[in-house]
Design a protein around this ligand. Structure first.
Ligand code: A3P
Length: 341
């Protein structure tokens, strides 16, 4: 089953600080941004209030300049390592279930990684082309992004598009980020000690962070505009996938019919997109959706609470305190400690 509208999209390039691909104008801007040592690139730069790589800045500027959301668009937003791959798979399966029946042995998710089916705005689409032609993408279009809400707002404000944000508890997000970064670092780079990464994370220095600002930006918008922004938690989705799939389908405007529910379609989608199923697919064992980087690293453990195997009591105390301070009385809460006691 071909997916013609996505066939021409190039692979994601999240390479090193590739200064030569950056325009002079953007280079000047980058050099005026505060910078800190990066997790795997030489530096992260503070741009529009969040930390990112130099090449991402160029792509984000292009995206902000040219992308205009349509009302039928769906934007899947996350901070990295929060369940991006999972929500892309689920949303693609739910929204395309008429054209791509779930039980079909040629379902696109069986042959393509979710990042190939749902392209990132700031990587795949605007990374290598300042103004890509999106006119031949079939509607409703589904995009992914890690860009914080504040920097997305202008591009979507004139539309009624839907945004789904998946949020994962900061303890597990940190551990998942650290493992991923280890895999992504070049062989010539020394390993990044857990303690050093933890200090950076606590200072907010992580791609698209500080994590608390990223989460709060979408959280507040979901409270202000619940029909347009759905805030989901990775842990809740793991604990009760079925009801969250239904909630997601309702929000997306494609609720499951009674017949579909009776036929077990919700369970089928849950199974198709499950960690175990996706991880074992050939495309996810041996393919590459991100340039020079194996899909297999996108699937590590997929569990809640793995952080207990890595963080010392003082680290737990420090991160808990940061969460308490930053999330304050916003209403955003995580069942982090209770989930392992
Ligand atoms: P762990 O490193 O804790 O295992 P992202 O997709 O945003 O990069 O997030 C990656 C995290 O989501 C990894 O967590 C990965 O194992 C987990 N993950 C990937 N696919 C998943 C799925 N289908 N269901 C649940 N978790 C998944």
């Amino acid at each position: 089953m071909a997916i013609p509208h996505l066939a021409k999209i190039p692979t994601i390039d999240v390479g090193e600080d590739e200064e030569d691909l950056i325009s002079n104008e953007c280079k000047e801007l980058i050099h005026s941004c505060p910078k800190e040592k990066g997790w795997r690139t030489s530096f992260l730069y503070k741009f529009q209030g969040f930390w990112c790589q130099s090449k991402e800045i160029q792509a984000i500027i292009s995206f902000q300049k040219h992308f205009r959301a349509k009302s039928s668009d769906v934007i899947l937003a996350t901070i990295p390592k929060s369940g991006t791959t999972w929500i892309k798979a689920l949303t693609f399966a739910i929204m395309n279930r008429k054209s791509f029946p779930i039980s079909n042995e040629n379902h696109p998710l069986l042959a393509s990684n979710p990042h190939d089916l749902v392209p990132f705005l700031e990587y795949k689409l605007y990374a290598n082309n300042r103004n890509p032609d999106l006119s031949n993408i079939l509607e409703p279009r589904i995009f992914g992004t890690h860009v914080p809400y504040g920097s997305l707002r202008e591009s979507i404000k004139s539309s009624d598009c839907r945004v789904v944000y998946v949020c994962r508890n900061p303890f597990d997000t940190f551990i998942s980020s650290w493992h991923y970064c280890i895999k992504l670092r070049l062989e010539s780079q020394p390993p990044l000690p857990l303690e050093e990464a933890f200090d950076m994370y606590c200072k907010g220095v992580i791609g698209f962070g500080p994590f608390w600002e990223h989460m709060l930006g979408y959280w507040k918008e979901s409270l202000a505009r619940p029909n347009n922004v759905l805030f989901m938690k990775y842990e809740d989705m793991k604990e009760d996938a079925i009801s969250h799939l239904k909630k997601l389908a309702n929000f997306l405007g494609v609720p499951f019919s009674i017949e579909e529910e009776k036929a077990g379609l919700v369970e089928e989608i849950m199974k198709l997109c499950s960690f175990g199923n996706l991880k074992d697919l050939e495309v996810n064992k041996s393919g590459k959706s991100i340039k020079d980087f194996d899909n297999k690293y996108l699937f590590r453990k997929g569990e809640i609470g793995d952080w207990v195997n890595y963080l010392s009591p003082s680290m737990v105390e420090k991160l808990s305190k940061i969460m308490e301070d930053k999330f304050g009385d916003s209403g955003l809460k995580f069942k982090v400690l209770s989930s392992v006691s």
